[in-house]
Design a protein around this ligand. Sequence first.
Ligand code: COA
Length: 164
Amino acid sequence: MTSILIRVAHPGDAAGACETMRRSIVELCSSDHRDDRAILDRWLSNKTPDSVAAWIADKDNRLFVAVEQGRVLAVGAVRTDGEITLNYVSPDARFRGVSRAMLARLEATARDLGNDAVRLVSTETALRFYLSAGYRQIGPPQGKFGTTSSWPMRKELPPVGERS
Ligand SMILES: CC(C)(COP(=O)(O)OP(=O)(O)OC[C@H]1O[C@@H](n2cnc3c(N)ncnc32)[C@H](O)[C@@H]1OP(=O)(O)O)[C@@H](O)C(=O)NCCC(=O)NCCS
């Protein structure tokens, strides 16, 4: 993890961020999409350089990239109201601590924006990851993009000064 930098995304990151998210969905999230073409098409439909550029420019959104030697290894985003909307790691960087570090950055950003909690909808793929990071399920699984097991989750954030 030492050479990986997590920073605020800029417009020039849109294409690399898009490619990383698409590979993460296709190659890592098969427990969710089960290689079903219709589900994948829906899930990938807004993972385009133009939509990523719009998310970067959105003033109610904070989008971050993890980069190593100029390559985008992960993408994360949190809205100003504390909703985490993106957290995707490249298959080339799986289990190197990148998503954990990205999640910490998203939570710190949400806290700095005045939120007492963060919420997200987890993939089946990432459920264990979020449970081990202190998130709890707050409802039954939802369908998302045609999948049947996306989990609404929430985590209370420690007050400023109590962060680990
Ligand atoms: C599961 C995933 C999120 C973990 O992220 P990562 O960057 O690869 O892994 P990290 O090194 O940051 O975190 C490791 C943690 O993942 C969890 N984990 C380990 N193996 C796992 C597995 N096979 N499946 C799910 N979670 C696993 C554990 O909690 C582990 O923590 P530990 O090492 O303390 O036990 C990632 O590999 C993944 O599959 N992402 C796909 C995209 C996705 O679903 N994103 C969430 C959108 S809501």
